[in-house]
Design a protein around this ligand. Structure first.
Ligand code: HEC
Ligand code: HEC
Ligand code: HEC
Ligand code: HEC
Ligand code: HEC
Length: 391
């Protein structure tokens, strides 16, 4: 049982929760501190005298008038933030681990309604729609029915045609707005002196801050709500530069060099401890790898599941380059050379869910959820770049 508890602590840290309330509250403006106080009150007992289509707070209800934002958001990870991996762990943690659940929900489903639903779900009840929205429109935009948004179209706010207009807030256009869930407080969990979730600080120390390029500039270009990230191959490809050189040097020797530069990621590539990027070069003998010829380089921040050790941190800060050099006598039956860069966005969760299933006693309902999360994460890897040359 102690083992199981340790594993629980682990996942918590993998994605940001340190079991101290300070973990989430990044030092910030007075407005943001109030705005992100959890659980966030989206509605309330005092329902305004508006037509029902304006008082409903589900993402679908917003879609009636904000279709573009809805279509983009529903494909985003924010809309999937209450997936089986999160829900399964909440169920396993059970009622006694109330602080644990609330820690997770403050980032994965911060609305007050979701907290209520999850609490009853943990006691064996059903999970309804609200908690499944993940990070919803209302979580980011609504407090006590009132809408808050970027001051881009502030003149509209004055019109107060629908849902009593909105309160323009410049915080929506700043990186700090995202930091509440994407940056640990300075008292949060660290390994080797570095916070386990440090995206805002990485961005702050980069040239992007000086150039006025915010989280929103890259993740919400033109106000679009897709929030693309490491799971989107096209998005990642545009933000890195790959160089490849190969020649036969001297007596049947293969000399090759593969390099990857972080040219457009506004923080470390990748920023979290969960993804893994593997660069590799190998000689092919027919359709097999010639024995002993594979060389690889891993870009990741790898920590153990108990969060007590960091094995290595080879992530690339903005502008940095990783090189993989290959100098080998050509293998006897080599027919070609292959080089690849493969991204495993959920590498740490694969390790974690496997350990979790092996070590923890759970009900059939809980096991089914974690197995679904594991199956999902087994299929998120993709080839970022590859090449092949005949010998
Ligand atoms: C993770 C927080 C977050 C979520 C979730 C979110 N938004 Fe936004 N939204 C923002 C931010 C930040 C901006 C300002 C973006 C910018 O810099 O232009 C914004 C801008 C807007 C705007 C102003 C016009 C525009 O597109 O820039 C509208 C309208 C809007 N969101 C509606 C929605 C709706 C509807 C949903 C759900 C389908 C939603 N938002 C989900 C954070 C969020
Ligand atoms: C209320 C907390 C919260 C806020 C505020 C928030 N996020 Fe997130 N974000 C999350 C969570 C939780 C996930 C992970 C969801 C999952 O995969 O289960 C996530 C995922 C993401 C991803 C997806 C990464 C991937 O794996 O592909 C990006 C990109 C992102 N957020 C950017 C932003 C930006 C930009 C902002 C500010 C406009 C923002 N977030 C604000 C909680 C938040
Ligand atoms: C500080 C905000 C924060 C807290 C607190 C937090 N998470 Fe996360 N979580 C994230 C972000 C951001 C991601 C996406 C990045 C990643 O994959 O690491 C994520 C991803 C995940 C994922 C993988 C994506 C998925 O949907 O399967 C799981 C599982 C998860 N979190 C579970 C939890 C659990 C359980 C807790 C509570 C013990 C928790 N998280 C607490 C921010 C948070
Ligand atoms: C019946 C149509 C309608 C519905 C439903 C609706 N909105 Fe709006 N929304 C508007 C209009 C129109 C505006 C422009 C301001 C005004 O005139 O009220 C607006 C403005 C906004 C803004 C400010 C945009 C900016 O430029 O900063 C945000 C944010 C917003 N809505 C969020 C939401 C959210 C979140 C929901 C769902 C909970 C929602 N709205 C539901 C019609 C609607
Ligand atoms: C200059 C563009 C740029 C800026 C600025 C930027 N990002 Fe990213 N971000 C990316 C790219 C490209 C990726 C995909 C590659 C990767 O995962 O590192 C990414 C990935 C992510 C991910 C996926 C998880 C992971 O492990 O990489 C999250 C979460 C995220 N960004 C959040 C943020 C937040 C929060 C900010 C602001 C503090 C921010 N980003 C600023 C370009 C940017």
């Amino acid at each position: 049982m102690r083992r199981a508890r340790q594993v629980l602590m682990t996942v918590a840290a993998v994605c940001g929760l340190v079991l101290a309330p300070a973990a989430r509250s990044f030092p910030t403006t007075a407005f943001l501190a109030r705005y992100w106080h959890t659980p966030v009150p989206l509605g309330g007992a005092r329902i305004p005298h508006w037509p029902a289509f304006e008082t409903r707070l589900s993402p679908r209800a917003c879609a009636l008038c904000h279709a573009a934002q809805y279509d983009a958001w529903k494909t985003s990870r924010h809309a999937q933030a209450m997936g089986p991996g999160v829900i399964g762990q909440l169920a396993v943690a059970g009622v006694r681990a109330r602080g644990f659940a609330e820690g997770c929900l403050s980032c994965h489903a911060p609305g007050r309604g979701s907290w209520r639903e999850v609490r009853s779900f943990i006691r064996g009840g059903r999970l309804h729609a609200v908690a499944r929205y993940g990070v919803s429109c209302a979580d980011c935009h609504v407090r006590h029915y009132q809408r808050f948004g970027p001051p881009l179209a502030a003149f509209l706010a004055a019109g107060r045609m629908i849902h009593n207009g909105f309160t323009p807030e410049s915080a929506f256009t700043r990186s700090r707005f995202c930091a509440v869930c994407h940056q640990f407080h300075r008292d949060g969990a660290r390994l080797d002196g570095v916070l386990l979730e440090n995206t805002y600080n990485e961005w702050y120390d980069s040239r992007y801050r000086l150039e006025g390029v915010t989280c929103q500039s890259c993740h919400m270009p033109g106000g679009r709500h897709r929030f693309a990230g490491i799971h989107d191959p096209g998005f990642v490809r545009r933000a890195v530069q790959v160089r490849w050189r190969i020649r036969i040097c001297g007596q049947r020797r293969v000399c090759a060099r593969l390099s990857l530069t972080n040219t457009g990621v506004g923080h470390d590539f990748p920023t979290y401890t969960t993804p893994k990027v593997v660069m590799s070069i190998e000689e092919l003998c027919g359709d097999r790898v010639c024995a002993g010829t594979r060389r690889q380089s891993v870009i990741a921040r790898r920590i153990n599941l108990d969060l007590t050790r960091e094995y290595f941190d080879t992530r690339l800060p903005p502008g940095a380059t990783r090189r993989l050099v290959y100098v080998m006598p050509q293998a006897a039956h080599a027919t070609g050379v292959a080089a690849r860069i493969v991204v495993y966005p959920d590498a740490a969760y694969l390790r974690f869910f496997r350990a979790y299933l092996a070590r923890y006693r759970m009900t059939a309902r809980e096991r089914a959820l974690i197995e679904r999360a594991l199956r999902h994460d087994m299929h998120t890897a993709y080839v970022l770049w590859s090449t092949h040359r005949r010998l």
